[in-house]
Design a protein around this ligand. Sequence first.
Ligand SMILES: Cc1cc2nc3c(=O)[nH]c(=O)nc-3n(C[C@H](O)[C@H](O)[C@H](O)COP(=O)(O)OP(=O)(O)OC[C@H]3O[C@@H](n4cnc5c(N)ncnc54)[C@H](O)[C@@H]3O)c2cc1C
Length: 348
Amino acid sequence: MSCSCHSHEKIKSIAILGGGPAASALATLLAREGVRVAILHRPRNAPLLVGESLVPAIIPILRKLGVEDEVRGFAKFKPGAIFNMNEFGDYPFTFKDFCGSLPDYAYNVPRLQFERTLLEAARRAGAKVFETEAKVERVTSTDKVKLSRETLDVVKEFLGGEPDLIADATGRARVLPKLFNIPSREGGRKDTALFAHLDQAEVYKDGYVHSSRLDYGWSWRIPLPGRVSLGIVIPSEHPPKHGTTPEERYDNLLKHDSVLSKATAGSKRITPVVRMLIVGVIGFVVMVACLYIAALSMRRISASSDSTDNVTPLPKKSKSKTKTRHESSGGFMERMEDRWRRRRDEDL
Ligand SMILES: Cc1cc2nc3c(=O)[nH]c(=O)nc-3n(C[C@H](O)[C@H](O)[C@H](O)COP(=O)(O)OP(=O)(O)OC[C@H]3O[C@@H](n4cnc5c(N)ncnc54)[C@H](O)[C@@H]3O)c2cc1C
């Protein structure tokens, strides 16, 4: 955020750059407090967007924004998650086993609809949305920023002049950090995400988000109403081996990967494929966060004496060597944590 007023002055107006969930939520809360809020939103062209599977921590925010009922109407109820780790076994867990005071569920959402709902809530609260690309510039010889002349022209009548505050909610576009040359840190990984919607795909538990280890990389499967979002995240050298266009590469990976070919047998892709480069920190953080949440939750599950029918607890150490689907292997936690530490040290 950048403020052109003095800290003791009450902020009366704000320009929020971006129109994603962060921008809309901030706009709603500030508009309710009587702040004049302009959202400068460069509309998205993509038919598909990442960010479809929500976590329980978001539910109190949806309630506060007054949109949970509306979101429930178009979302898929999400009671938990499953991590498929091939030879290491499958690890399903329900949120109710480790969410503490948080709600014990979340939602999988068609993302564009979700964003529209949040933006509409901001409008209802009194924020005004300007569909334009926001441009900012530095105020000479200071550490302050201002809207560029052409952007100010769009909002100044509504805001009554320059905004008291500018908030950057442009996500990966990083408008203000770029202006201030604040570097982003990239790790060693250069993965590619290819994702699309299928008419169906195998899901072991309805509504659960599935994260699966693949022959190379990993994939997500997010059940949405009437479809499944499936994303593949793999080292960038692999997709070109499977075709020229994102569609060819995605379809061939579904056919040739040993996990995905089973999970998507008989399914049909119903959208174009989106390709996204996921450099070190993001890819690594998304993956590690998934694994670490799994590890933490499993620790709690294994520590709890009463399992529920939705949860496969870690087995007590046994001499049995056979493993079946949904059965866990002893020592998994240690191996995953070891691997996680090694990769973290390599990447960061
Ligand atoms: C591969 C991948 C998978 C993910 N999966 C999930 C998931 O399943 N669940 C989940 O919760 N999160 C997921 N995320 C993370 C999630 O997408 C982000 O946390 C979330 O979108 C951040 O919201 P935001 O509002 O901060 O930014 P964004 O959603 O990125 O919104 C930024 C907005 O700013 C606009 N903008 C950019 N520059 C300008 C400008 N100059 N002027 C005006 N507007 C501008 C953009 O058009 C966009 O509308 C995933 C991320 C990745 C990379």
